[in-house]
Design a protein. Structure first.
Length: 148
């Protein structure tokens, strides 16, 4: 298994863990019925504004830990350059990720048009962000395994 494949699998597992644990934390600590209140915008604003730095910081720590563990176990360094194949795979996986997010965005706006609550729209937006990240990593893994 190549370094890029191992790195992608680690990032995918990290994404599931970060998002799952954060959602569980918010669910446990949110006041009961917060989604039915008059002002769901404050709750969802805080949810997203805290999720972003938590995700960034945790992914940085996971990347550092992965690099250290990979160096210890395989005694190989992280590649210092990206060749044309790596760049093409990155572009195609980013495209797939954006497609998934745009579909989720349209569904979120459509939920407002269908007279759903604003909380439903925010749940769709957050879910689309998560699914788009997962789709990007799965695309990378697929392209590294099967080729472009």
């Amino acid at each position: 298994m190549s370094f890029q494949e191992k790195k992608t699998i680690m990032a995918l597992i990290g994404t599931f863990l970060i998002f799952g644990l954060y959602c569980l934390y918010v669910y446990k600590n949110a006041p009961f019925g917060v989604l039915d209140q008059e002002e769901p915008f404050r709750f969802w604003g805080m949810f997203v504004l805290v999720l972003i730095p938590v995700t960034i910081a945790t992914k940085i720590v996971l990347h550092i830990l992965f690099s250290i563990l990979n160096k210890i176990t395989t005694n190989e360094d992280e590649p210092s350059f990206a060749d044309e194949l790596d760049k093409l795979i990155d572009l195609k996986s980013t495209r797939n990720s954006h497609y998934v997010f745009v579909i989720g965005f349209v569904l979120g706006i459509g939920s407002l048009a269908a007279d759903a609550s604003p909380s439903a729209m925010f749940m769709i937006f957050v879910g689309a962000g998560f699914c788009s990240e997962v789709a990007g990593y799965l695309s990378q893994l697929y392209y590294y395994r099967k080729g472009v």
